[in-house]
Design a binder for this molecule. Structure first.
Ligand code: GRF
Length: 190
């Protein structure tokens, strides 16, 4: 994806919860003037990340996805109106339709807390520990119509420690997520 000279790359971040990745992307966009987080979309009205977005004067929208196709239509309208070029999924817990993804083909990316293609889906840390893996990690990837299956952009390995718990592992992996998500963004626009 090439950026036109002088114009910022405008990004929408989709969240469902805490929004630590959102927070980190906002921080990054303040330092790196090429990117602007222009819109935050959540499927939950009480997602913590929305508070941070509001504090930073970023436009926020909530769509509960009870009627996905209706909500996706509204989302597409606002994404086009705001001229959003990249969508970053950051802990967004809803599945986007094939149709929606097709409309933003190659411009939707996601962060997942495992070394994909291993451990797609939920409860990754628990499953990794139950299988006595030596390593886990995180992956930024393009989103396609299959869950956690699009082309990998960047990964970071994290060593499993002796007395790891899902919570401890999640915390260490999240730290690495915050490093690789901004890097992956830079990679796809270069
Ligand atoms: C992260 O672990 C991310 O990899 C996964 O959901 C979590 C979101 O965390 N998809 P946060 O809301 O960004 O803190």
């Amino acid at each position: 994806m090439k950026k036109s000279a002088g114009r910022k790359i405008e990004i929408a971040v989709f969240i469902s919860g805490t929004g630590s990745n959102l927070k980190n992307l906002i921080k990054f966009s303040k330092k790196n003037k090429r990117f602007k987080i222009k819109l935050v979309i959540s499927n939950k009205k009480n997602a913590k990340g929305l508070i941070f977005a509001n504090r930073n004067n970023i436009n926020t929208k909530v769509y509960n996805f009870k009627k996905r196709s209706k909500d996706e239509k509204k989302m597409l309208n606002i994404l086009l109106k705001e001229k959003i070029q990249i969508i970053c999924l950051a802990g967004f817990m809803k599945i986007l339709s094939k149709n929606f993804i097709k409309k933003f083909n190659g411009k939707v990316i996601n962060i997942h807390p495992s070394l994909l293609p291993n451990y797609k889906g939920l409860n990754t840390h628990r499953r990794v520990l139950d299988n006595n893996e030596k390593y886990s990690g995180c992956t930024v990837h393009f989103v396609n119509s299959k869950l956690d299956s699009g082309k990998i952009i960047l990964q970071k390995k994290v060593k499993i420690l002796k007395n790891d718990t899902p919570k401890k592992l999640q915390k260490r992996i999240l730290k690495q997520e915050h490093k690789i998500y901004p890097k992956a963004l830079q990679m796809i626009v270069n």
